[in-house]
Design a protein around this ligand. Sequence first.
Ligand code: AR6
Length: 173
Amino acid sequence: MRERVEIVEGDITKQKVDAIVNAANKSLRGGGGVDGAIHRAAGPELLEECRKIGGCPTGEARVTKGYKLPAQWVIHTVGPIWRGGTQNEDQLLANCYRNSLKAAVEIGAKTVAFPSISTGAYGFPLERATKIALTETKKFLEKDNSIEKVVFVCFGKEAFETYKRIFDQVFSS
Ligand code: AR6
């Protein structure tokens, strides 16, 4: 199981994987953060396709092509906005990881890269979000044999150190 998960520090738009996951918003019309970076790197056709899809509820995922990205696919998921932890945020964030991995299986993606969903503009505490990301991924990989590699792309040293530490906890058993 451990060898199917990789933690790297870097920019998700540069990842040479079959699918990258976007931390989008419900409108799917682009935005700042990782969403902005993905749209800039993919080119305007990505927004065109997103417009046709129309939107995406929190916790769900929608697939588009990757256009100018090295990745063939973009899986857009909408993380919860942190409101103190009483509005089902944990469950909704877990749904993002589960539904994105499910979408990856459906399109036949063998390698998938994730950003740290909801931990930027949406304010989800990093450590808590990391536990959810890694626990949900482990659960999924235990039941799935088609995904070969899940890459967690950390933007900056703090996220990278946090992911590595929590990875050792979650994947020790
Ligand atoms: N590669 C990897 N990770 C990145 C990159 C990148 N190029 N750029 C930023 N991050 P955020 P959210 C990290 O704010 O919290 C958008 O406007 C960043 O350091 O992108 O889910 C959407 O349209 C952070 O750890 O997403 C929504 O409106 C993580 O990506 C809203 O922000 C997520 O930060 C979604 O907020």
